[in-house]
Design a protein around this ligand. Structure first.
Ligand SMILES: C[S@@+](CC[C@H](N)C(=O)[O-])C[C@H]1O[C@@H](n2cnc3c(N)ncnc32)[C@H](O)[C@@H]1O
Length: 252
């Protein structure tokens, strides 16, 4: 199949990951690690509960996985075999150096020859909204998954419309920030499976990484930064149903 659908974006991420790794060694830091793990925990708890399976028996593939934070999280949760994939070779190099438990695989999610149902669970975190064909990206995940797909992406929201990023830039490459909601996720699954999926679960949450960073910039103390982070997200949780972050779990 044709590959390199977005050579500009692939090069931009290649440079970004190579530079970030040279400079910092890891990509996400501090309170953002907590925010990311919180949403992954909610989605992974849900998928394990719905599948009612021991994660050690399951293989997992992360697509658009960058330097492998989500893959490491799945390995921490006890998934038997975890593969981190991306179209950026420098991202995969970093992932391999960071975490020896991970297998890595170059996959362009918009153009690849991964066989159907190759992995039990397929996950994406902040990847689909970089694609020129985000819905096709989800279709590909559903195709590659034997049992379930997990999506963590921006949610359509008023806040997103008013102050969210519409056009995102990485280096010189630009992408439209595509946002999901329950109906779009469910319709994509139904039309692809040509039946009602076994389970569809979605949730909205808040992600105000930049605002929280600003609020906690005055201190270098990680404990205080974490206390501020927990307080902000705790205060927002009663209104999670208006949140700007989408969690979706599909059990085929
Ligand atoms: C914002 S980063 C997110 C990385 C990681 N999932 C995370 O949340 O930290 C988006 C990732 O998608 C990858 N990506 C963009 N388009 C892709 C494509 N067509 N196929 C595979 N990976 C792609 C980029 O290389 C990058 O690693």
């Amino acid at each position: 199949m044709e590959s390199r659908v977005r050579p500009d974006q692939q090069q931009a991420f290649d440079h970004k990951f190579a530079d970030d790794y040279r400079n910092k060694g890891i990509i996400s830091e501090g309170h953002y690690v907590w925010v990311r793990q919180r949403r992954m925990r909610l989605a992974v708890d849900r998928v394990l509960e719905l599948l009612d399976r021991d994660p050690a028996e399951l293989s997992a593939l992360v697509v658009c996985g960058g330097t492998g934070a989500e893959a490491s999280y799945l390995a921490d949760r006890g998934f038997g075999e975890v593969t981190n994939s991306d179209f950026s070779s420098s991202a995969l190099e970093v992932a391999q150096k960071r975490d020896g438990r991970l297998a890595v695989r170059t996959i362009d999610i918009e153009a690849n020859d991964v066989p159907d149902e190759s992995y039990d669970v397929v996950m994406v975190h902040d990847g689909l909204h970089h694609l020129t064909r985000p819905v096709q990206g989800l279709n590909e995940m559903i195709r590659m998954a034997r049992l379930a797909a997990i999506v963590v992406e921006p949610h359509l929201s008023l806040v997103g419309r008013l102050i969210g990023t519409e056009w995102e830039k990485v280096g010189d490459a630009v992408n439209y920030v595509f946002r999901w909601d329950h109906d779009l996720f469910a319709q994509t699954a139904r039309s692809q499976l040509v039946r009602e999926p076994t389970h569809i679960w979605t949730k909205r949450l808040w992600d105000h990484n930049q605002a929280v960073s600003k609020l906690s910039d005055w201190t270098d103390d990680e404990t205080t930064k974490m206390a501020i982070t927990r307080a902000v997200y705790g205060a927002l949780s009663p209104v999670n149903r208006f949140g700007n972050n989408f969690l979706g779990v599909l059990v085929k």
